[in-house]
Design a protein around this ligand. Structure first.
Ligand code: PHE
Length: 444
């Protein structure tokens, strides 16, 4: 049997896992979810969930992956079998759905790169920017072309293999995105009227909180940290025994959260400064940021750079989603990486078409009261990811706990002091809290 490929270095793994986590979830989704859910209170609940449930599920996934050295389904099969591989199967299903609409939105970022250069979005007028965005995403052709371009890029990176493609890209580009965000925040928070946006994000108003706020925060945490569908199981499977995965899980969680908070500090002050509506939904980042660029020297250059880096951040995430699917077909079905990448990429592209058209000719075609785009988001982020996280916690806490502890101890020759706290989290707190929030979110 071929020896499993491993990450080139410890930093390589952290950057690739952070590359998976940091993406549209942070910069496109987080600000509008915070906007829709009233700001500060959402942020606080989000942070609380990330550093308890999120961090412990992240560690659980990485341990499962490393112990099994297998894909999301194969790992459960190898470690226990029975009905457990179904958890991985749900993950693969979630991967199909998420990537289908993720690629559509990522296509928008590529389109906005082009629009930054052609000057189509050089305005600070909410009406002009709203119309430019609405006009573009409701089209029948152009958004699909960009969706196709993005899927093709994703397929290309995945079929070129683990070490070379993903690792190299993440190393340079993530820090660049971070720095650019900082520069943009300085511009955004010094705009007249931006203070109101800062207050919106930083002063919690708990009177607006409901169970649906909490369940939105939970699903956002899973989505943003790439948890609940086996992405971190798959990446962990390429990890060597020597690595300190607790450190890696901590760093990835911290970096991902930092980028989300930065994106919030960028988008929401600008929303208030220019008089946009914070509850505008999925268009928020795309409509608001061009107004910020228009107020900067070299605005078109910054706009281009921003959407370029965002597209690349999206790519390092989409690659990890497609990898969940491809690793399964390569490991367990004996299909070549090339064929699996191309065929699965094509299927996911087709599944994304109705999501894209949901913004236009299919806007009135409703499934359970939702557009196709919203349905895919709901089924994957709101249901499958938290349910996956619940069972992943139970699996580590109750089924392979001894082996998981031994695997972690193998790194430094002793059982770390925090392991019992983590045990309580994965055994009791995370599963109970996820189940409770899921049920309250659905009925309330
Ligand atoms: N975490 C990625 C983002 O925030 C999206 C993602 C979700 C990636 C699930 C992998 C698995 O953009």
């Amino acid at each position: 049997m071929m020896k499993r490929e491993h990450w080139g270095s410890r930093l390589g793994f952290i950057l690739a896992a952070a590359g998976s986590a940091v993406g549209l979830g942070n910069i496109w989704k987080f600000p509008y979810m915070a906007g829709v859910n009233g700001g500060g209170a959402f942020l606080l609940i989000y942070l609380a969930l990330v550093f308890t449930i999120g961090l412990s599920v992240m560690l659980a996934e990485m341990v499962i992956g490393r112990m099994a050295e297998k894909n999301a389904i194969g790992a459960f099969k190898k470690l226990k079998g029975g009905a457990w591989p179904l958890v991985g199967l749900c993950g693969v299903a979630a991967a199909f759905m998420i990537l289908s609409f993720y690629s559509v939105v990522a296509g928008w970022t590529i389109a906005y790169m082009v629009k930054a250069v052609t000057g189509d979005i050089s305005s600070s007028d909410p009406a002009v920017l709203g119309a430019a965005f609405g006009g573009f995403i409701s089209g029948n052709v152009s958004p699909l072309v960009y969706h196709a371009i993005f899927m093709a890029l994703t397929v290309f990176v995945v079929l070129s293999g683990i070490g070379s493609g993903i690792e190299r890209a993440s190393k340079i580009l993530m820090p660049a995105l971070f720095v650019l965000l900082l520069i943009l925040i300085i511009r955004a928070v010094t705009l007249p009227g931006a203070g109101e946006g800062l207050a919106f994000l930083l002063q919690p108003d708990f009177s607006k909180v409901s169970w649906s706020t909490v369940s939105d925060a939970l699903s956002q945490a899973f989505f943003s940290l790439s948890l609940g569908m086996g992405a971190m199981i798959t990446y962990g499977s390429y990890l060597s025994k020597k690595e300190n995965i607790a450190g890696a899980a901590g760093w990835v969680t911290l970096l991902d959260t930092a980028v989300a908070v930065l994106a919030g500090l960028l988008v929401l002050p600008a929303v208030f400064a220019f008089g946009f509506d914070p509850a505008a939904g999925p268009g928020l980042t795309f409509i608001t940021l061009p107004a910020v660029f228009a107020q900067m020297p070299f605005g078109e250059f910054f706009a281009f750079l921003f959407f370029l880096l965002l597209a690349i951040a999206a790519l390092t995430s989409s690659v990890s989603i497609l990898e969940v699917v491809v690793a399964y077909f390569v490991d367990d079905r004996g299909i070549s990486r090339k064929v699996a990448s191309v065929v699965m990429g094509a299927i996911i592209f087709v599944l994304g078409i109705p999501s894209s058209l949901s913004m236009g000719i299919m806007a009135d075609t409703k499934f359970f009261g939702m557009t196709f785009f919203d349905l895919m988001d709901f089924l994957s982020s709101k249901l499958l990811l938290p349910i996956g996280g619940l069972f992943i916690s139970l699996f580590v806490g109750w089924v392979v706990w001894g082996a998981a502890k031994a695997d972690i101890a193998a790194h430094n020759g002793q059982i770390p002091v925090w392991i019992n706290a983590w045990g309580i989290l994965v055994k009791f707190i995370a599963p109970a809290a996820i189940a409770f929030i899921l049920i309250q979110g659905l009925v309330g």
